[in-house]
Design a protein around this ligand. Sequence first.
Ligand code: HDD
Length: 753
Amino acid sequence: DQNPIKAAAKKIADTLRDGGGPQDGVPGKPAPASPTVEEPTAPTEPLPPKADQQGPETVSPTGQPTGAEQARMAQSGAYLTTAQGARLYDTDHSLKAGPRGPVLLQDHHLREKITHFDHERIPERVVHARGAAAHGVFQAYGNASEVTKAAFLAEGAETPVFVRFSTVLGSRGSADTVRDTRGFATKFYTEEGVFDLVGNNIPVFFIQDAIKFPDIVHAAKPHPDREIPQAQSAHDTFWDFVTLHTEATHHTLWNMSDRGIPRSYRTMEGFGVHTFRLVNAEGVSTLVKFHWKPKLGVHSLVWEEAQIAAGVDPDFHRRDLADAIEAGAFPQWELGIQTFPDTPEQTFEGIDLLDPTKIVPEEIAPVQPIGLLTLNANPSNYFAETEQVAFHVGHLVPGIDVTNDPLLQGRLFSYVDTQLTRLGGPNFGQLPINRTHAPVNDMLRDGMHQTAVHRGVAPYRPNSLDGGCPFVAGADTGAFIEVPAPVAASRKVREAPASFDDHFSQPRQFWLSMTPPEREHIIAAYTFELGKCYEQSIKERALQVLANIDSHLCEQVAAGLGLPAPAATGRLADPEPSPALSQLGQIWPGDGRIIGIVADAGADLDGVTSVREAVLGAGMVPLVIAPAGGKIGGGDGAVTVQRTFATARSIEFDAILLAGVPAVGADAFPARDAKTDATPAPTDPRLLLLLNEAFRHGKAIGVWAGADAVLPGAGIPADAPGVVLADTGATAFEQVSQLLGAHRVWERFPAGA
Ligand code: HDD
């Protein structure tokens, strides 16, 4: 039988018949030992770096799993059982009154299987529903001990962590690359209890008071009548709210910048947003803002890439994170703090530190690195870990305290409340992923899904029956020790301080800090999003907001919308630009970058082989793209194909190399005409599209072995910036990898990308 699926099925059936499988229930034959199930909160050993970092399709285990691989199998035991442990002899047929008869209610296995399935889904998160996560370790540098007594920040401390990245607006099944804020939530399993840093990739928030959170979320989520659009802000209700409510201007501007479409979770900054309060061993307090700085730099997609990815690979960020970790390219971030004196005013250089719509520019308060985060293991089970993890800004350890930021104060209520619905009761802290690594002695009892079997009779204090236990900690080791900051005598009010009224000077500072290509992207983003609105009055109001940020920005967007540009309503602020806000201008390591190498049988295959090695040696991932799958070339020099013209799309690659123009008769490239020396365009439009997109998206392109003949057909001028014509593959890759340090060939922008 030539059909491979049938052949595989037959092989399995033969194995089972020959006694190789669990159905072979010979009485008296011992069942195979069940492998030990790992504790989900303990990070599994990082997978060893793949010897050759093959593309994802070559890394899946094939054949019979053994050892550690067996522990990763879905079922740990050999026999299929009911939930009560009774072995089953059939799971494919319902119990019926005869082969053609009705199904019997008596069938416990049928009812149990279907009932459990019916209840497999839990409510998705009301925001941040779509996410991806990883285990890792946090290593403290020790310098933070000056400002905090938190044990996990002391020198040499190593703390297991679980980090979940997310989009905010979309449902669980929405696309990764939509324009949105990204969540960056970190659970530190410290020896003093769990500390959660629940931040975003944008350092400011839409609103200044938590009471408005339902409003902004209702406005940003899909319209309630048709439930569209999914996972995006390009619609009337969003723009209605953020233009009426101008404290949202700063966050919205960040969303419209390249920060709203990250290249990867690995290349995002993270921010704690609020000002927190740290307390050291002497009881001295310091105000701080937390920052995560990615070792790979801060990089984004271009808008067209984001849109293509949403269709071609909606799991783009999830896949990128998991692949990088599996390949051993562990992403890293430094945790940093900006520190401010804890004065009664709680301002710094005139910036209100309690206003979550304001940043403190790094130029006036440098970010001091205090530790290193490394993500080194993928979750074993998405539901048990990534879906059930429950973060909470109130999960604090001794030495870290909150401030009066009214947004933070409301969050302190919301996070535990939401878990009651999402995770079905108050015992979600007992789920493996949420369990603290510190001893728990909480006197909380019973409730839905209680899994602990508590002993004794005195879960109360004071008691005499348990000898007075448990005792309370001293102020030196206890959490939630309030810094005795005075609370100004006042009257009860529903008001914000006057300093919260400035909604435009920092957006203007952000705009002034952008480079020309970044500004072009912002203009294009506003033009796109407002162009998707139906209500003229909302567009006009949005232009008024833009006029209060910058006249050029307003005029360009107005031109795109075909509307007049209004003037600013007042005098524009004149802030100093903050270069740290720009993503451009630095050179970054290329670790984990994906290099597509286009080749076919007639290409320079020796060159391809050596370039692959060079790419791996540089810590990047080479993926060979060919007209069809399998191998190209023969013998020892054969090259394995990872992507075909059918499966490759430009968005996956950070740079493209072309390994030559093959000889007559090759599939991909037509030959040079011997008489005229002219080379017709390549025949395969998918290759043309790949090259053309890569070029328009500012990606470096390296060619050798005559492959420059392919470029005109793809609309690529051979002398364009970032197009490398080299003699050998080695030189082509060397120059391309240098260009990658800047992420993109920015000279090609602005070009309408
Ligand atoms: Fe929130 C989830 C970040 C304001 C209410 N939030 C959630 C997550 C992140 C943030 C990263 C996902 C956590 C995960 O991966 O499980 N949220 C922020 C930041 C904010 C912020 C950085 C402002 C600085 N959030 C905020 C406010 C409220 C909430 C003002 C409510 C008053 N957030 C929630 C929530 C969620 C949540 C409803 C949904 C799922 C969850 O908590 O566990 O409680």
